[in-house]
Design a protein around this ligand. Structure first.
Ligand code: NAP
Length: 429
């Protein structure tokens, strides 16, 4: 074993960074044996230096992250600050000064992953970010390495623990969205400002990263269709139950049937209770991967939290350190397939539509005609009427999102349709 240690600069020492530092210290001997050289924490950059940081020698703490990455003797920079700046400039500088980088920063990688990969490649350095998608769950390395000989057709996952906690609470207690969100906030599963989670921004960033790796195609954040889950109601859950389904906020990356394009989207959807993703409870994450040769694979585990996320960061750190000792680099960005990324209109799936209609003869036939005119075939219809008003629940066969949008627009213009109460996609069948 080499005795000269590999030097690690830790940028950020919050929820994730403090756990990375702890594991680096407590597992130092095992890490050295697995890497083939000791790893040494050379410096820790933070914003508030006076905060007590248990187990971290005070002389390692600095507020000058730039000076730390520019030291010239750093082998690996671990970026767990988060956000776009200064993280982006610090990572770029780290490459320029000869270091490889491990990051957990989904927002930055979804936005600027291609550019950062290019800088890494220019400097013969590694950029690893297993922790950026679904916390502790090994997903990026399986897609990038284990499935490198296969062809991935679909990735379907629950990649945000906060929203899964809220939807699971709504499902199991019958609570409304606000009540379930309040509970999630009180228990520490939702942030004071939950927008990034409940509006699907966090999941969309992870979806862009996953789709890019799965399809060897550059998928930008703007390419990902995004719909949050704030409009999901207790009535939607009641409808889902009647269909033998539950509701999840899903990240879906799909190859088109002809294989010539891909789509990436995040939205709430009904999935059958028999689907493995339906039983993912609380704040857990799970990702279902379908490929040509392997068939169906499911990855499951804690998608966030200091220690689980640090596990993924440490796994990357070991891999990057091994590469460095071998004078090599691991896989970089693979975007050779360069498939076009289609918009939501081209997505083909099933739909559950709930309509408020006048309770009089002929309405059902009128509604069915509108569906037929737009080429959307109906699977089942359920009607409930009271006091001259009725609700009509229509479940369709597979149709394009564009055809469904046209259908809904036409339905809204019918005198006998009082309103479209909800539209939900049905996935996982
Ligand atoms: N938390 C999770 O469960 C989780 C899961 C997956 C991925 N991630 C990702 O991991 C990253 C870190 O998340 P976190 O939850 O650990 O965040 P956090 O608890 O807010 O920690 C951020 C750390 O960065 C430091 N920092 C902020 N601005 C800085 C600057 N300009 N220069 C130097 N240091 C600075 C902070 O210093 P102070 O300590 O002085 O404030 C703090 O130590 C993010 O990209 C996040 O998306 C987190």
């Amino acid at each position: 074993m080499r005795t000269r240690p590999l030097k690690v600069a830790l940028l950020g020492c919050g929820v994730v960074g403090s756990e990375v530092a702890r594991i680096m210290t407590t597992h130092a001997d095992d890490l050295a044996a697995r890497i083939g050289a000791p790893v040494e924490l050379a410096g820790v950059a933070v914003r508030r230096p006076s905060r007590v940081r248990e187990g971290i020698p005070a002389e390692l703490i600095t507020t000058d992250a730039t000076a730390l990455v520019k030291r010239g003797d750093i082998d690996v920079v671990v970026e767990v600050i988060g956000g776009i700046e200064p993280a982006r400039t610090l990572i770029t500088t780290a490459f320029e000064y000869g270091a490889s980088v491990v990051s957990a920063n989904k927002a930055l990688l979804a936005q600027d992953g291609a550019a950062l990969h290019a800088v890494a490649e220019d400097h013969d350095a590694d950029l690893y970010y297993e922790a950026a998608v679904a916390g502790a769950i090994p997903l990026i390395r399986p897609l990038r390495e284990s499935l490198a000989g296969d062809k991935v057709n679909r990735v379907l996952g629950i990649v945000n623990g906060t929203t899964n906690f809220i939807l699971d609470a709504m499902d199991s207690t019958g609570a409304g969205y606000q009540e379930a969100l309040d509970e999630a906030t009180a228990l520490g599963y939702a942030e004071a400002d939950p927008t990034a989670d409940v509006e699907g921004f966090d999941a969309a960033a992870k979806t862009a990263i996953l789709a890019g790796i799965a399809f060897h195609t550059r998928v930008r954040l703007d390419d990902v269709y995004r719909e949050g889950m704030t409009e999901v109601t207790a009535a939607d859950f009641a409808s889902a139950k009647q269909m033998g389904c539950t509701i999840k906020l899903l990240a879906i990356c799909e190859r088109a049937a002809d294989g010539a394009s891909v789509t990436a989207r995040v939205h709430p959807a009904m999935i059958p209770l028999s689907h493995p993703l339906a039983s993912v409870r609380g704040a857990y994450n799970a990702v279902f991967v379908e490929s040509d040769a392997a068939g169906q694979l499911m990855f499951y585990g804690p998608g966030a939290g200091g220690s689980p996320t640090a596990s993924a960061v440490l796994g990357d750190l070991v891999a990057v350190c091994r590469n460095r000792l071998n004078g090599a680099t691991g896989p970089g960005e693979s975007a050779y397939a360069a498939l076009p990324v289609s918009g939501m209109g081209d997505v083909v799936t099933r739909y559950h539509i709930s309509l408020d209609v006048a309770d009089k003869p002929g309405v059902l036939a009128q509604v069915a005609t509108v569906f037929a005119e737009h080429g959307v075939s109906i699977d089942t219809v359920r009607q409930q009427g009271k006091d001259g008003e009725a609700s009509l629940v229509v479940v369709t066969h597979r149709a394009s999102d564009a055809s469904l949008s046209g259908t809904v627009e036409a339905l809204r213009s019918l005198d006998t349709v009082r309103g479209v109460a909800s539209i939900m996609r049905v996935e996982g069948e």
